[in-house]
Design a protein around this ligand. Structure first.
Ligand code: ATP
Ligand SMILES: Nc1ccn([C@@H]2O[C@H](COP(=O)(O)O)[C@@H](O)[C@H]2O)c(=O)n1
Length: 660
């Protein structure tokens, strides 16, 4: 069940202008329900706009396994209903994949069947709480076996469901729907009362299918044993998917977008109300009703958002949209505060922790609260963030990375985007953004003599990746300065020399032959004088800028190990793994002494220590790209570690963070 995903790094690039119409795919909640109710109806149900996401396809496959004939007709799905009592025992386990909606709604249905069945899910779904549906269904007479109220869920054959009057402790459409679906099989009236109104698609659709159902404020009552009649269902665009483009358009500096045919059901429109309260220029055009659902075209124009206290009453109607609302808050003026949303911790991931950790990595001033978050807007930095396999967190971070030209963000853990939004990348590309799957980089930074070069070369060889020895580039410029008698104080001259540097690296077995002006210079580059001169020219901003592209060009498939001082902080800010090696200066001087002695160079440790300390000071106190660990770097003190031990620690990190 626990799947290992290969490296899945994605990024989106900024595009100068966003305009035009966007066709957002069908609503996920309505798609699930249309297939389930169509299966239980008598006659044919034709569904147009069905969302072909992994989650909804899991529900569709399960209904097929339960004996329902569902066929494609062009873009439509045609479901031949088997009636309330016509489902057949499945041959094997029923796999919900990542879909919480499938598992909870189908629990209500399977609890009431006269055959046994088992619902299973992926690793994430198997960790999510199912007690919330098991409790009321058990009160209705269901027998459900589970380990600590999590999937797999094993349903024993039902004898007769009992109608109940259930007061749900949480506002959850999945709980409400599970009880109502089980209630279809009970004699009498089953009632669910919620503390707040959750999305009401099940009620609306059950009525549409001909069920006798009453809604009285927070109370929904369904009469058991109905005859459901097949329907034509037109699924509107999903407001939860549209929400990503709302935040994208509002936070982008030059956007004017029209999102077509969006579901604006009042139990789902919290995101619209929250963004409007934040000052977003978001308007509803041509509001209308289609198949019992309120829809409109939503116009989005660039806006300067402001932080607000999010009203708790809006939480249930925006519950799936908080990941992207956190991005809006990070770009707003002032502070946004969310409380009363503990439920976010029980989604596909703990969305409070995942989003706040990611935003902190991008330099946002924010903190977790037990039941929400506090986020103060400001500029976003570049970096690599982890969507933790949660589709909505991953898409939110991807869009955050496409909002400003200077921000370079890579997102890992995007593998579940297809569960809700398979057209996501196509749609963003239609808007002009570029979707990339960046080549992975491991950065190894640290002070002089710490072992970066040795470790990087061994790591690159072990992984079969390319190697960038960025120090050799600075040393080459230094050699040029010394050979051509350039003035190390003349910044313009040095920048020109850096731009024009005729330098190439040629593979030579495990090593590289370094050619400067056509001459191999490997040995000359390693002299202490060259290292010293390199650290004198390296602080010049124009020099660093001139050498930047040359370093970035090393990022080639299948991957790169980059050794230097600012690999993780400047050159490869979005690298999935950043390592910073340290060791005390005495130990580094000893290592260098041994190295030079082996080469027949006679120097005093005391002199080496003095040089190392001077270089450390220059490198770490310079204004541009100083030698400091990146905020997300893993710091390894190598003072008491052998080279093999250092390498083993890094390989372990590679296994965790890069998964090659
Ligand atoms: N963990 C270690 N234990 C003992 N010796 C080590 C260790 N790591 C590296 N060395 C030795 O220390 C010397 C310096 O290492 P290396 O050249 O890799 O450092 P560096 O960080 O790349 O230095 P520079 O920045 O000056 O290029 C080498 O002789 C290397 O074999
Ligand atoms: N990314 C880098 C790499 C090096 N430097 C400067 O060059 C000097 C020599 O580097 P070595 O790693 O080969 O010893 C180093 O002291 C730095 O001043 C740099 O600035 N950025």
């Amino acid at each position: 069940m626990a799947e290992k995903h290969p490296l899945d790094l994605h990024s989106l690039t900024f595009t100068g202008q966003l305009s035009g119409r966007c066709k957002i795919p069908g609503d996920k909640s309505i798609s699930h329900r249309s297939v389930i109710l169509g299966s239980l109806a008598e006659g044919e149900t034709r569904i147009s706009g069905f969302l072909r996401s992994e989650d909804c396809l899991a529900t569709l496959n399960i209904m097929r396994q339960l004996g329902v004939n569902i066929v494609e007709d062009g873009d439509d799905l045609v479901v031949t209903g088997v009636g309330l009592h016509g489902l057949q025992p499945p041959a094997g386990h029923l796999d919900c994949g990542n879909a919480g909606t499938a598992m909870r709604l189908l629990s209500g249905l399977l609890a009431a069947q006269r055959f046994s069945s088992t619902l299973v899910g992926d690793e994430s779904l198997s960790g999510r709480p199912m007690g919330r549906v098991i409790t009321p269904l058990t009160q209705m007479g269901a027998q459900i076996k589970s380990d600590e109220h999590t999937a797999p869920l094993e349903f024993s054959p039902s004898i007769q469901m009992k109608a109940i009057d259930y007061h749900s402790p949480i506002a959850s459409a999945q709980v409400k729907s599970a009880v109502l679906l089980a209630g279809l099989y009970a004699d009498g009236v089953t009632t669910v009362t919620e503390p707040n109104k959750s999305r009401d698609h099940t009620e609306t659709m059950l009525k549409g299918f001909g069920c006798n159902l009453q809604v009285d404020g927070l109370k929904v009552s369904v009469h058991g044993q109905p005859h459901l009649r097949g329907q034509a269902i037109k699924v509107p665009a999903d407001v939860s998917s549209a929400a990503f483009f709302m935040v994208l358009g509002l936070c982008h500096p030059d956007a004017d977008l029209l999102l077509e045919n969006v579901n604006i059901n009042p139990t789902r429109d919290g995101v619209i109300k929250i963004l409007q309260a934040m000052g977003g220029r978001l308007s509803l055009e041509n509001p209308r009703t289609e198949a019992g659902e309120a829809v409109a075209d939503v116009r989005i124009q660039s806006s300067q958002l402001r932080g607000i206290d999010i009203p708790e009453a809006l939480i249930p109607s925006a519950i799936d949209e908080f990941p992207v609302l956190f991005i809006a808050a990070a770009l707003a003026n002032g502070t946004t505060r969310l409380t009363g949303a503990e439920e976010l911790r029980h989604k596909e991931s703990d969305r409070i922790t995942v989003m706040i950790k990611g935003l902190q990595l991008l330099g946002v001033d924010c903190k977790e609260l037990p039941d929400g978050a506090e986020i103060t807007g400001g500029p976003l930095h570049s970096g690599m963030v982890d969507g933790h396999g949660d589709h909505r967190c991953a898409m939110s971070f991807l869009l955050a990375g496409a909002l400003r030209p200077e921000v370079d963000t890579v997102v890992r853990g995007c593998h579940n985007i297809d569960t809700s939004f398979p057209e996501f990348f196509t749609l963003v590309e239609q808007l002009g953004m570029r979707h990339q799957q960046p080549v992975p980089v491991v950065t190894i930074d640290g002070p002089s003599g710490v072992g970066k070069g040795t470790t990087s070369a061994l790591l690159a060889a072990r992984l079969g990746w390319h190697l960038l020895d960025s120090g050799a580039i600075y040393r080459s410029l230094a050699l040029k300065v010394m050979n051509d008698d350039l003035d190390p104080a003349n910044e313009a001259q040095l920048a020109e020399a850096a731009k024009a540097l005729r330098l190439s690296f040629q593979a030579d077995g495990q090593h590289a032959r370094i050619l400067l002006d056509g001459q191999q210079v490997n040995d000359q580059l390693r002299s202490e004088a060259c290292g010293d001169m390199a650290s004198q020219v390296a602080p010049i901003a124009a020099v660093r800028q001139a050498l930047l592209q040359r370093q970035k060009a090393f990022q080639q498939p299948p991957g790169l190990v980059a050794d230097g001082r600012d690999m993780g902080t400047v050159v490869f800010k979005s690298a999935p793994l950043k390592v910073f090696l340290t060791a005390n200066a005495e130990e580094r001087a000893k290592r260098r002494h041994k190295q030079l002695k082996e080469k027949g160079v006679d120097v005093k440790i005391r002199d080496l220590l003095r040089d190392i300390e001077a270089r450390d000071h220059r490198d770490s106190t310079r204004k541009v790209a100083p030698l400091v660990p990146a905020m997300d770097a893993h710091v390894i003190d190598t003072s008491d570690l052998s080279i093999e031990e250092v390498l083993a620690q890094i390989m372990n990190l590679v296994g965790q963070h890069v998964k090659v």
